[in-house]
Design a protein. Structure first.
Length: 257
C-alpha cells in the first residue's frame, strides 16, 4: 500500500499499486466503494495487466483518510486525487473509473489535463439527479440533511437497505464523507460532467449495462467522439457482474486511437 498527503492538514489518499510499464493506469471506485475490492480481478487479467496500475481510494473512502473537515465536492475530490497522482509521479494516465469515480475523473481531466490521457467511464454519473427518499444510491443518501444522516439514524437506514455487498465497502467510508460525496454528486459540477465530457479532446469511452437501454444523450456523445459501449449481462457494477465482458470492452477501449 502507498499513500500521499493531499490536504494542508496532512490527510492521506492511499492506493494499491501493481508494477508494470508506463504510461500508468488509474482505477477509481464509486460512491461508498473501494478500488482494490472492485478492480483487482480485472486489473490483473492478462488482457489488462502489464501496466503500472494504481487502484486508488478517494478521500473519505476505503483505505484513505476520512477527514470531517473536507467538503467532498467533485472538484475537491478531483484536486485531492490529482495531488496523490502528482506525488506518485503519474502523468498521462489511462483512467478507468466507475460511477461517482467517473464523475470525478471527468472533472480531473478538465482541471488537471496533464495527468489524464484517456478515460474509460463505467456507468458514470453525467448529470445532476433528483434527491429521492428511500433510494439506496446517492439520491437517497443526499435526501437526508447531513445531521440526519450522520447522527439522526439516516446512516443506519441506508445500511439496512443497500444490501450486504455494497455495505461491505460502504461501511469503511466516513459518514460525513459519504453524505457530502452523495450530496455533491447529485448536485453535479458546473459545467455539468456531461458538458465537460463533450468538450474533452482525449479518447473517451462510456460503458453501460446493456439492459439499461439507450444512454440518454448518446447521440451527442458519439458526435463528440465518445465511444458508447453497451455491456451485456450486468448491472451497475459491470466489472463485478460480468468481468469477462468488462475486460473485453475495456481492452478494446484502451486500444482505440
Amino acid at each position: 500500500m502507498r499513500s500521499a498527503a493531499v490536504t494542508p492538514e496532512g490527510d492521506h489518499i492511499r492506493w494499491v499499486e501493481l508494477p508494470g510499464q508506463e504510461p500508468p493506469r488509474v482505477y477509481v471506485h464509486g460512491l461508498g466503494a473501494t478500488s482494490p475490492a472492485y478492480f483487482t480481478e480485472v486489473a490483473v487479467d492478462p488482457r489488462l495487466a502489464g501496466r503500472r496500475s494504481l487502484l486508488i481510494d478517494l478521500l473519505g473512502h476505503g483505505l484513505s483518510d476520512r477527514p470531517a473537515t473536507f467538503d467532498y465536492t467533485l472538484e475537491s475530490h478531483a484536486d485531492a486525487l490529482a495531488a496523490a497522482l502528482e506525488e506518485a509521479g503519474v502523468s498521462g494516465a489511462e483512467v478507468i473509473a466507475h460511477s461517482m469515480g467517473g464523475s470525478v475523473a471527468i472533472v480531473l481531466a478538465a482541471r488537471h489535463p496533464r495527468l489524464v490521457s484517456r478515460l474509460v467511464l463505467i456507468d458514470a454519473n453525467l448529470d445532476p439527479i433528483p434527491r429521492a427518499p428511500g433510494s439506496s444510491g446517492s439520491s437517497g443518501i443526499a435526501f437526508y440533511s447531513e445531521e440526519e444522516f450522520v447522527n439522526g439514524g439516516g446512516w443506519e437506514e441506508v445500511r439496512d437497505r443497500v444490501g450486504a455487498h455494497w455495505w461491505a465497502t460502504m461501511r469503511l467510508a466516513g459518514r460525513e464523507a459519504l453524505h457530502r460525496s452523495a450530496f455533491h454528486l447529485t448536485r453535479g459540477s458546473v459545467p455539468t460532467m456531461r458538458e465537460i465530457l463533450l468538450e474533452l479532446r482525449i479518447p473517451r469511452t462510456f460503458l453501460l449495462p446493456e439492459d439499461d437501454g439507450p444512454l440518454p444523450g448518446a447521440h451527442a456523445l458519439v458526435e463528440a467522439g465518445v465511444s458508447v459501449v453497451a455491456v451485456p449481462d450486468c448491472g451497475h457494477n459491470i466489472m463485478l457482474d460480468n468481468p469477462e465482458a468488462f475486460v473485453v470492452a475495456t481492452a478494446a477501449a484502451l486500444e482505440e486511437r
